[in-house]
Design a protein around this ligand. Structure first.
Ligand SMILES: Nc1ncnc2c1ncn2[C@@H]1O[C@H](COP(=O)(O)OP(=O)(O)OP(=O)(O)O)[C@@H](O)[C@H]1O
Ligand SMILES: O=C(O)C1=C[C@@H](O)[C@@H](O)[C@H](O)C1
Ligand SMILES: [Mg+2]
Length: 381
């Protein structure tokens, strides 16, 4: 099943703040996925805002992912400009998912749908990989919503969708107080419009909701081996070391293991032997670190290799994506002389964007501006 963030913010087009600015602000706050909902704005404004948001996300390492609500036409236009969105969310009255997927440029997008009641959950097109389940309760932000389904309706929907490998998203008048119950009922994520835009500190809300999800569904079991993946500067080495200590597991940093083996720093390996030689070293050392449960911090590019991904999974290690906003990672790692691929911001962001899809296949850990020590204690709470 698709891994989704615990909180899925949706833009509110009735606010004065332009939609692209809402998306930028939420991305900077640490949210990896935002839904672009342009109703009731006119089509020209929606297109201009969507295009702006997609261009900004592309220039910021593909962060945040953007899922376009309703408008297959706008998603298609964006794809034609090389700005294909992460997803397209369709209502029961919009295009069927299977047809949307056949539109030019949309073969790879994550199609989501809205579901409200028994029958719809079971009938949902498997071209969808995620679906809204709701409304949980009545909401002021959508006048034409269906009858509230409450917790039992949510549970029925989540159970039916999970059985079909479709990630269920609770929606409809949700707040922090609902989080634990919704996750217990099987929701993978909580979608919010009103609560997120009313929040004085959306990142704090995201952080709390993530904690609730970890309490209900920890992303790994004690004793399991863990592979920390994610971009350069995300904090994998720092966090991995602290997590290993807290779990009483050995810690290995793949970059450090390579440097020890070669007797020279990463930058010198790149300079003398080139990137391909460094990738070969990653592939040869990684399996030696997976022999028994440990926390292994991978280098920023190691997850690109299908062989490395297969080795981690075959060893029974759980990959965890330390999903940090690339702009923040750049502030930490950019122009570090021992990070040869973090010298030009533009090249760093382009590489990061090209890696995002592979990372997002693992459960994510979101820092929302917290230190790695706080992340460890929240995770093990
Ligand atoms: N949560 C955090 N908040 C603030 N600073 C952090 C956080 N995590 C790590 N840092 C700092 O950011 C820098 C980069 O962290 P780190 O070296 O752990 O990243 P990395 O993901 O291992 O990068 P690479 O892939 O290049 O090895 C370090 O200076 C570290 O102290
Ligand atoms: O992003 C990358 O490809 C890299 C990140 C670092 O961890 C090192 O593995 C090396 O600098 C390459
Ligand atoms: Mg590191």
């Amino acid at each position: 099943m698709l891994h989704l963030p615990p909180l899925y913010p949706i833009t509110d087009a009735t606010l004065a703040e332009p939609l692209s600015a809402q998306i930028r602000r939420l991305g900077e706050a640490g949210f990896p996925l935002v839904q672009f909902r342009g109703k009731p704005l006119d089509t020209q404004t929606q297109w201009a805002e969507l295009r702006q948001a997609l261009m900004e996300a592309a220039a910021n390492g593909g962060w945040p992912f953007i899922c376009v609500n309703d408008r297959a036409d706008l998603a298609m236009l964006a794809a034609r400009e090389g700005l294909a969105p992460w997803g397209l969310h369709l209502g029961q009255e919009d295009l069927p998912a299977i047809e949307a997927r056949r539109l030019p440029g949309l073969a790879q997008v994550h199609i989501g749908a809205s579901t409200h009641e028994a029958g719809e959950f079971e009938a949902l097109d498997t071209a969808c990989d995620h679906a809204g389940v709701g409304p949980f309760r009545g909401t002021a932000t959508k006048a034409d919503h269906a009858a509230p389904i409450g917790l039992e309706g949510l549970r029925a929907g989540c159970t039916a969708l999970r059985a079909r490998d479709i990630a269920p998203i609770a929606i409809g008048g949700l707040g922090l107080a609902d989080a634990e119950a919704c996750f217990e009922a099987g929701a993978e994520s909580l979608a919010m419009v009103g609560e997120i835009h009313r929040a004085a500190d959306p990142a704090a809300l995201g952080w709390e909701i993530q904690r609730r999800r970890w309490r209900v569904r920890p992303p790994f079991a004690r004793g399991q081996g863990l592979a920390i993946i994610g971009g350069s500067g995300a904090g994998k080495s720092t966090f991995g070391r602290q997590l290993a200590f807290a779990l009483s597991l050995p810690f290995h940093d793949l970059d450090a293991v390579i440097e020890d083996g070669e007797g020279r720093p990463v930058a010198e390996i790149f300079a003398a032997s080139g990137e391909a030689a460094f990738r070969a070293l990653e592939a040869s050392h990684l399996p030696t670190l997976l022999g028994r449960p440990a926390v292994v911090a991978l280098g920023g590019g190691a997850w690109e290799s299908p062989g490395n991904r297969a080795a981690v999974r075959a060893a029974g290690f759980v990959p965890l994506w330390l999903a940090e906003a690339p702009a923040r990672a750049w502030e930490r790692a950019g122009r570090d002389p021992n990070r040869p691929l973090a010298q030009s911001r533009e090249a760093f962001m382009a590489r990061t964007a090209s890696r995002m899809a592979a990372w997002s296949q693992a459960p994510m850990l979101l820092a929302f501006g917290h230190s790695s020590a706080e992340l460890v204690s929240a995770l093990l709470d």
